[in-house]
Design a protein around this ligand. Sequence first.
Ligand code: NCD
Length: 312
Amino acid sequence: MKHLLSASDLTRDDALLILDTAAELATVTDRSVKKLPTLRGRTVVNLFFEDSTRTRISFEVAAKRLSADVINFAAKGSSVSKGESLKDTALTLEAMGADAVVIRHSASGAPHRLAHSDWIQGAVINAGDGTHEHPTQALLDAFTLRQHLRGGAGDLAGLRVAIVGDVLHSRVARSNVTLLRTLGAEVTLVAPPTLMPYGVDGWPCSTSFDIDDVLPSVDAVMMLRVQAERMQAAYFPSAHEYSRRYGIDAARMAVLPEHAIVLHPGPMNRGMEISADVADSPRAVMVEQVANGVSVRMSVLYLLLGGMPDEA
Ligand code: NCD
């Protein structure tokens, strides 16, 4: 495998190799000297056309822990969107000797365009493209679920996960449905009808419009941010009504099974999809998700730049 563009690029064995390698690399973070020489002399470019806190910093930290040189390119405010302009940017990065390009773009498919061009020779990693995919987020979520609910090893066979909220605009949901299924979990998407994607019937998961129906029987619930920046219409009457029908609060958390955990990819809208007391509760694992994100991205960079077996 040369690029990581979609969760569907990963077989079960590929995904397990990434998670197992991430678990080994996580031990680096616990050392006083948090660095391995593995990618010394290699250059990783963070090409971010869309806002990001966690993901950009996470890739930067991951690359630096492996001793790669990191260049951060933020295209905020630039008129670059697709086609020629992306090509020119890519050619420039290629001329500077990028071994890997981590790209986030508001256009679904931009990372694929880059990977399937002859503009750059290096590995392309999708750090979120439009409403399409965000495979490293799905990997860090799987890592976190595995640690909490499967003792940190093996796959996620039989695990029941609800993904709740603005599924329509969520690349996190799309990548998670695919990867969680690959790892054997059973996913239920919960959203208001207006935020349930067309064609969801063909996805490898079940769906529900009623969060209260679903919560009592899941091992984990993943709350999605209401992505107002991607909404060109009114999808629900008011923020208050949304949070009453689809948000998680202490009362809803109380009906989750005792062992169940709450995830959120961040950034959170506190008071909207998640109440502050749930966000701050010990059963909410957002801070761990961030830490695990570094390990998983180290693993992806390590395997892609170091050579991942084609047939695992
Ligand atoms: C997600 C994203 O950008 O898709 N955030 C993230 O990467 N941590 C989810 C979101 O923005 O809601």
